[in-house]
Ligand binder design. Sequence first.
Ligand code: ZN
Length: 136
Amino acid sequence: MHEWALAEGVIDTAVKVSKEKKVKEITRVVITLGELQQIDEEIFKFALREIIKPASIFKKTEFKFEREKAVLRCKVCGKEWKFGDMLSKLDDVEAESIHFIPEMSHVYMKCPGCGSRDFEIVKGRGVWISSIEGME
Ligand code: ZN
């Protein structure tokens, strides 16, 4: 059900921004989904459509989705690497575990620079609006 909460957050933000910029119709909203953000895109799209129904400002809105690649950074040596580059070294079950619970990456991954498991996820989590277009 968290798709609905996320969709509500996105719509609230879009409404707030459109008011600030005095936009009457929002034509396009680009939404970025982190690679490690666990989300069902179909449910999310459905939730967006349902939530905006009563709002005329969204009558002609096109929603576009983008995925942000996940980036990890070692806390010991500072090296950054892409989650996707490491995925090829994992088996399917491990890769799936990490997608389901990002914290599991600490179990299966280590820094390619120094071998430490003390790293953080710096990109690839969350859902946010990357751009809003509209007509005044
Ligand atoms: Zn390191």
